[in-house]
Design a protein around this ligand. Structure first.
Ligand code: AMP
Ligand code: ZN
Length: 304
């Protein structure tokens, strides 16, 4: 091999990530999980005083909610759905025969009621909507989900299954925009606590296809998405490790979330890529976490 050892290979060699044979699907070591736990704690330290309601999700969501959210329209290439066998003995025999012959065995598989969650906040909106109108000061949630995006890659930071922690705000336009700005301001301080350097920049989601180009432009023009970019794979192309999203009334209209004065609620979320933040720290401070700078270890684990 002529290419220099990649960051991903170094993580494999150090046993921090373990290969599964699928790009972007990795097992994680205890050391990696200690870093993720520490990052989780730092995020809580920044956000706890706001009094968010904690909700934790399984990695799958109601497929009808997934459909209504428009994921297949906007990001069909990234989506993952769960399929199951619902047939009888002859269907089962067909599967076994196909497997033995090395043929496609998916004909007997049918779409189930579950889709893999692509973004942690998607399953939250219908839950919030069912509670009725928002209180006068809106609502704030602290959520975490494993997310799936079908984007196989040799970059350690682009995984197919990864954890996303979010704070999600629902309320008036003023309330949710102030929330987003507060987190953009906090993010700079948080990156400093991690011993990293990063910069916030305007961004867009990877809307699919030709129609997607217009959606990307609109999103940028309306400054709906910002990202915290931190060099991980390279300095020239820093990695989005957090995102700050203003959805306007998109989810409020979709799920009929009402404010206390019976207007359509606006929503915003801040998302933290747990694997990306951990990888950024491993890249900057080294693969031996015992050797990390004392203030960083102190911030993550409370003990030098
Ligand atoms: P997004 O909804 O695209 O803004 O994602 C929120 C955060 O999740 C991003 O800022 C990343 O930190 C993280 N993230 C998104 N896609 C991936 C991926 N393929 N692998 C790892 N982390 C990701
Ligand atoms: Zn979100």
């Amino acid at each position: 091999m002529l290419a220099a050892t990649s960051f991903l290979d170094r993580l494999f060699d150090a046993g921090i990530l373990m290969e599964t044979g699928v790009e972007g699907l990795y097992a994680r070591s205890g050391a990696f999980e200690r870093v993720v736990d520490g990052i989780d704690r730092v995020i809580s330290r920044f956000g706890d005083a706001d009094g968010a309601e904690v909700v934790r999700f399984p990695p799958g969501m109601n497929r009808m909610v997934f459909e209504k959210t428009g994921y297949m329209k906007n990001f069909p290439n990234l989506a993952g759905t769960v399929h199951c066998f619902c047939g009888d003995d002859s269907g089962h025999a067909e599967i076994i025969a196909a497997l033995e012959a090395g043929d496609d065995w998916s004909r007997q598989q049918a779409l189930s009621e579950i889709a893999l969650t692509p973004a942690a906040c998607y399953p939250l909106y219908p839950i919030a909507a069912r509670r009725g109108s928002l209180p006068a000061d809106g609502r704030l949630f602290d959520i975490l989900s494993y997310c799936f995006r079908h984007e196989p890659s040799r970059e350690a930071t682009r995984q197919q299954m990864f954890r996303m922690r979010e704070y999600v705000r629902m309320g008036t336009p003023d309330q949710v925009q102030a929330f987003r700005q507060m987190w953009i301001d906090r993010a700079g301080a948080m990156v400093g606590v991690f011993g990293l350097e990063g910069a916030v920049d305007l961004a867009n989601d990877p809307f699919f296809g030709r129609a997607g180009r217009m959606l990307k432009n609109n999103q940028r023009q309306q400054t709906l998405k910002f990202e915290m970019l931190i060099p991980v794979e390279s300095v020239e192309k820093p990695t989005a490790c957090m995102s700050f999203n203003y959805h306007q009334d998109h989810f409020g209209t979709l799920w009929n979330i009402r404010t206390a004065t019976d207007e359509t609620a606006h929503t915003a979320c801040v998302g933290f890529g747990m694997e990306r933040l951990a990888l950024a720290m491993l890249r900057h401070h080294g693969l031996e976490i015992e050797g990390w700078p004392a203030p960083v270890r102190e911030a993550l684990w409370g003990a030098a």
